[in-house]
Design a protein around this ligand. Structure first.
Ligand SMILES: [Cu+2]
Length: 107
């Protein structure tokens, strides 16, 4: 009986850790990303929130993740899921100086 309890505890821990996908928030404020570089795991999401009183258009041309969120105004956010491992360079189409890196680690 004790062994059974231990086993089920192990299984529970395993399933929680393999399904716990994270959402990491990155703000766009003062024409900058709030993080210059983040490291996430495959399957994690990044939530891009615009905190500036003007539009941003977050995108990436990287092989590991190609996306274009379009321009969105203050207070709005868009989420991107990173399924593939690799390095993703994120930029803003409206402000060429805005850049950040997302490192996606293998799960
Ligand atoms: Cu911008």
């Amino acid at each position: 009986m004790k062994l059974f309890k231990l086993l089920s505890l192990c299984l529970l821990t395993l399933s929680v850790s393999s399904f716990a996908l994270e959402t990491i928030e990155v703000e766009q404020k003062n024409k900058e990303f709030s993080e210059k570089e983040i490291t996430i795991k495959q399957g994690d999401k990044v939530k891009f929130t615009n905190q500036d009183p003007f539009f941003h258009n977050v995108f990436s041309l990287s092989d590991a993740k190609f996306f274009d969120l379009g321009s969105f105004p203050k207070g709005e956010f868009k989420e991107v899921t990173f399924e593939e491992a690799g390095e993703v360079e994120v930029e803003c189409a409206i402000h060429p100086n805005m850049k950040m890196t997302i490192k996606v680690e293998k799960k």
